[in-house]
Design a protein around this ligand. Structure first.
Ligand code: NDP
Length: 516
């Protein structure tokens, strides 16, 4: 039997093993999920809410265990796992428990065209069916729960493939949901690598929520397109962080450092390209380097540690490739730039790079590790041009003393969100729809929009004038041509007088007495 090891990146030790799911078993799981989903969707919303409320209580009770597990599997400090993964997951759950009824309520549609005035229309939000969630390892609790909780509340079943690096956290979620009383078939974890993800897509779920790299996202989207399965893609990012001369530079430096180096620099929404107005470039760089020297790197389970290791050696090697290729093009490493083998196998120093050409890998590619490139911009316009010169468009931040100026600039940035005088934290604000444009993906998670993405809108229209024949039904005979012209005049003529004159004939056709 194949097993997937759970490895602590801080030490390289295997601390648990999980039996892998055979790819053939994935289609069976989707089938059982589909069978369980119908009855689940037909249960009253309050029953579904009760299960998720119990899950919320269990997650709160076992929050220390959850944070320690995330830290052990992913490497981030325990306190960070508590603040980002656990706290935000609790917030997400609370938000959807409170708002599910309002969000899922059928909406009345008003019909503006007089020809259909006699209709009552409602928009219903029905569950998609079986939702496949494929998630990465960097926020192993928060990312799947941000999609699974609204999906389950809306009446879907979920089949979840965590990254093979964070399987134990995936199984922890499954365990908690079952303890909360969720029928096992409604949330199933598929254990394995990319081949299990492929099998999940091939099994034909009703919707796929994929979070991961743009490269894998493309493969998933292609495979889904073959089956016409809708896909939500939360992909990579290379967020610009613009620091204007009028900003509070001390605060901007602290914010940018946290955004870039949290989670060992392995966050999708992070200040990955720092753009500083030239007037304050040198001064800001000094502040940045000074503050960075105060960062403590070490194992995530030790108190006082700010930044843990990277997840795997392959990720460190990719970072080293990007850094070396950029330095070979003339860039300067201002601080860091090396591994820390004294701390463990995958520790890397927080690194700042300047003087880089803008076609170098550190600027053009997504950088998933603790390296921050910094460039200068002459003015606001150049800063925006540099910010938008990226294949990605996930998020952005602008630091300025003039909020109105920041908000005006935000409208010119190509990204799913822009924060003024802060960065990254909106992913933890549950009301905010999260997602990007360009190669950062399609669709949104979180908030009202995120829940509706787990549903399909269904229009139900009832004819209230059901004793009349409809004017557009067959019987296109000559004598009614004038009546139809009258309707066109009545509805669309720019002349008020022509519209008034057309009323009697238009009404004759609309409420005609011909046999139904
Ligand atoms: P990957 O794209 O490598 O993997 C993501 C998930 O897809 C994993 O569970 C992976 O399994 C699985 N997978 C791999 N190959 C396939 C396949 N052919 N078909 C289906 N599933 C497959 O991303 P990473 O795990 O390396 O995560 C880092 C990336 O995620 C970064 O680009 C980051 O920006 C992005 N990300 C985006 C977020 C957003 O909200 N926009 C949030 C967080 C991260 P396995 O790991 O087991 O191989």
């Amino acid at each position: 039997m194949t097993v997937i090891p759970a490895i602590n990146p801080a030490t390289g030790e295997t601390f648990a093993e999980s039996p892998a799911t055979a790819p053939e078993a994935v289609a069976v799981a989707v089938g059982t999920a589909r069978q369980a989903q119908g009855p689940w969707a037909h249960r009253p919303l309050d029953e579904r809410r009760r299960v998720i409320a119990r899950f919320q209580d269990l997650l709160f009770t076992r929050r220390d265990e959850a944070a320690r597990l995330v830290s052990r599997e992913n490497g981030k400090p325990v306190v960070e796992a508590m603040l980002t993964d656990v706290a935000v997951s609790l917030d997400i759950t609370r938000y959807y428990l409170r708002h599910a009824r309002r969000i899922l309520r059928p909406r009345r549609l008003t019909h503006s065209n007089i020809a259909v005035l006699g209709k009552r229309g409602r928009l219903h939000w029905d569950p998609m069916g079986v939702i496949a969630i494929i998630a990465p390892w960097n926020y192993p609790l928060l990312l799947p729960l941000g999609e699974a909780v609204p999906a389950l509340l809306a009446g879907n079943a979920v089949v979840f493939k965590p990254s093979e690096f964070t399987v134990r956290t995936g199984l922890f979620i499954q365990d908690l949901l079952r303890q909360a009383g969720l029928e096992p078939d409604l949330f199933q974890v598929m254990v394995g690598g990319g081949e299990v993800g492929q099998a999940l897509v091939a099994a034909g779920p009703d919707k796929i929520f994929f979070t991961g790299s743009a490269r894998t996202g493309r493969q998933v989207a292609k495979a889904a397109a073959e089956q016409i399965i809708p896909v939500n893609l939360e992909l990579g990012g290379s967020d610009p962080c613009i620091v204007l001369a009028d900003a509070n530079l001390e605060r901007a430096a602290s914010g940018a450092i946290w955004s870039r180096f949290t989670n060992g620099g392995q966050t999708c929404v992070a200040a990955k390209r720092l753009i500083v107005e030239r007037k304050v470039y040198q001064r800001f760089l000094e502040i940045l380097l000074r503050k960075l020297s105060g960062l403590t790197v070490g194992p995530g389970n030790q108190p006082g540690v700010d930044m843990g290791p990277m997840i795997r050696d392959s990720q460190v090697r990719e970072l080293e490739r990007q850094l070396a290729a950029t330095v070979a093009r003339g860039a300067r490493i201002r601080v860091g730039g090396r591994r820390r083998p004294d701390l463990g196998p995958t520790f890397f120093e927080p690194t700042v790079v300047t003087d880089l050409p803008l076609d170098a890998p550190l600027w053009r590619e997504e950088v998933f590790g603790p390296v921050l490139p910094v460039v200068a911009a002459d003015d606001e316009d150049e800063a925006i041009r540099l910010a938008n010169d990226s294949a990605y468009g996930l998020s952005a931040s602008i630091w300025t003393g003039d909020r109105a100026r920041g908000e005006a600039m935000a409208r010119r940035i190509e990204s799913g969100s822009v924060l003024i005088n802060d960065a990254t934290c909106h992913v933890g604000i549950v009301e905010v729809p999260h997602g990007g444009e360009k190669e950062s993906g399609l669709g949104r998670t979180h908030g009202e929009i995120g829940m509706l993405e787990t549903c399909k809108p269904r229009y139900v229209g009832t004819d209230l004038l059901d004793w009349f024949r409809k004017p557009w039904w067959f019987g296109y005979h000559e004598e009614s041509a004038g009546d139809r012209e009258a309707i066109m005049q009545f509805l669309y003529s720019p002349s008020l007088w022509a519209r008034i004159r057309a009323i009697p004939r238009a009404l004759r056709l609309l409420v005609n007495r011909r046999p139904v």
